[in-house]
Design a protein around this ligand. Structure first.
Ligand code: PHE
Length: 339
C-alpha cells in the first residue's frame, strides 16, 4: 500500500491543467467520492493496526498535496490572460436601438413649439383636481351633465375630487396665481368616463391656450389659430369657425380646417365635406375672469383647446385610438423618422 501511495504522490507533482475542464477531470479522478483517495481510505480499514499510524499519515499527506496542487492549478488558470487573437477589434459596435418618441409627444411638442414662437409660455397643473378648478371656476352650472359620474371619474365626493376632464383646469390655476397679461399654453392628459373603442378612450390629451390682456378681440383669436393651422398642416390650409357653446367662453366656436387629406375637395375622411374639426375656442366668459379674481371690466381674453390624438390622427391617419396606449413596438417604430 505504501508503494501505491508513493506512486500517487509522484503523479501529483506532474499534474497539469490548461483549462477548467481538465481541472475538473483531475478533481473527479482523485478527490471525488469515487476517486482514488477514497479508494485508499476504504483499503485503509483493513490495514493491520501497527501500520495504521504510518499509512494514515501518508494518506493525509497525499490528500493535502493533491488539494494544494489542484488549488495551484486553478489559480494559474484564472491568471491566464484571455486570448483575443480571433477578435476583430476594428469592427464597428453592434447598433444600439434607441427608443422613439411617442407620436402623441411628437405632435404635442410641435403644437407647443408653434405657440411658444408666438409668445405663449408653458403651464402645468394636477391631473387629480378639485371640483372648483375643473368645473365651478369654469362657469359650469351646478347641474351640468359633465359633473355627472357617467361622464367624470370621481376620486372622492363631498368635497368632490375628480380626474380632470379637460385642461381648462390649468387655466384656472394660472389665473389664480398670476396677473394679466397672461399668455399660456397648457398641455396635459385628461380623463372621461367613456367605454374604450377605436373612437373613444377613457383618457386622452389636450393642449389648451389662454390669452388675457386689455383689448383682446375675437380677431386676435382667429389670427393666432390661422397661423397655428398653417404651421401645423401646411401653408395652404384654410380655417372656418362655426358657432358653438362652452360654459367658459362666450361667444364660442369650433374650428375646422380644410381637409388635409383631400385638400378640401372631399373624401371619406372628411365625410365629403372638405372640412375637419380640430378645436374649440372662444372669448373667455366674464364670469370665468371674475371667478378667478380678474376684473372683467378691464381685461378680456380668449381661450382654445384641442385634442392631441385628434391632431395626430389628422397628421398620421391613425385609425384606432387604442393604438396610442397599447405600446405595440411595431406601431411606435413607424414614427422613428418623425422624431
Ligand atoms: N375644454 C374644452 C374641451 O374639453 C375645449 C375648449 C377649451 C373650448 C378652451 C374652448 C376654449 O372640449
Amino acid at each position: 500500500m505504501i508503494e501505491k501511495i508513493q506512486a500517487l504522490m509522484n503523479e501529483v507533482g506532474s499534474l497539469t491543467a490548461n483549462d477548467e475542464k481538465t481541472l475538473e477531470v483531475l478533481r473527479i479522478k482523485y478527490l471525488s467520492k469515487k476517486g482514488l483517495l477514497n479508494d485508499l481510505m476504504s483499503e485503509f480499514r483493513s490495514v493491520p493496526n501497527e501500520q495504521k499510524r504510518e499509512i494514515g499519515q501518508r494518506i493525509n499527506e497525499l490528500k493535502t498535496s493533491l488539494q494544494d496542487k489542484l488549488n495551484e492549478l486553478r489559480a494559474n488558470l484564472s491568471q491566464q490572460e484571455e486570448d483575443y487573437s480571433d477578435l476583430d477589434l476594428t469592427r464597428t459596435a453592434y447598433p444600439i436601438k434607441l427608443g422613439t418618441r411617442h407620436p402623441l409627444s411628437i405632435v404635442k411638442n410641435e403644437i407647443i413649439n408653434i405657440f411658444s414662437n408666438l409668445g405663449f409660455a408653458l403651464a402645468d397643473g394636477p391631473e387629480v383636481e378639485d371640483d372648483w378648478h375643473v368645473f365651478s371656476s369654469m362657469n359650469f352650472a351646478e347641474d351640468h351633465p359633465a359633473r355627472d359620474m357617467q361622464d367624470t371619474f370621481f376620486v372622492e365626493q363631498k368635497p368632490d375630487i375628480v380626474l380632470r376632464t379637460h385642461t381648462s383646469s390649468i387655466q384656472a390655476r394660472v389665473m389664480e396665481n398670476s396677473r394679466p397679461p397672461i399668455r399660456v399654453i397648457c398641455p396635459g392628459r385628461v380623463y372621461r368616463n367613456e367605454a374604450i373603442s377605436a373612437r373613444a378612450h377613457c383618457f386622452f390629451h389636450q393642449v389648451e391656450g389662454l390669452y388675457i390682456d386689455k383689448d383682446v378681440s375675437f380677431t386676435d383669436l382667429k389670427q393666432v389659430l390661422l397661423t397655428f393651422a398653417r404651421e401645423m398642416f401646411g401653408a395652404d390650409t384654410k380655417i372656418r369657425l362655426r358657432p358653438s357653446y362652452f360654459p367658459f367662453t362666450e361667444p364660442s366656436a369650433e374650428m375646422d380646417i380644410s381637409c388635409n387629406i383631400c385638400g378640401g375637395t372631399g373624401c371619406s375622411f372628411c365625410k365629403h365635406t372638405g372640412w375637419v374639426e380640430i378645436l374649440g375656442c372662444g372669448m373667455v366668459d366674464p364670469n370665468v375672469l371674475e371667478a378667478n379674481g380678474i376684473d372683467s371690466t378691464i381685461y378680456k381674453g380668449y381661450a382654445f383647446g384641442m385634442g392631441v390624438e385628434r391632431i395626430t390622427n389628422l397628421k398620421y391617419q391613425v385609425k384606432d385610438l387604442r393604438l396610442f396606449s397599447e405600446n405595440d413596438i411595431r406601431f411606435l417604430e413607424e414614427f422613428e423618422s418623425a422624431n
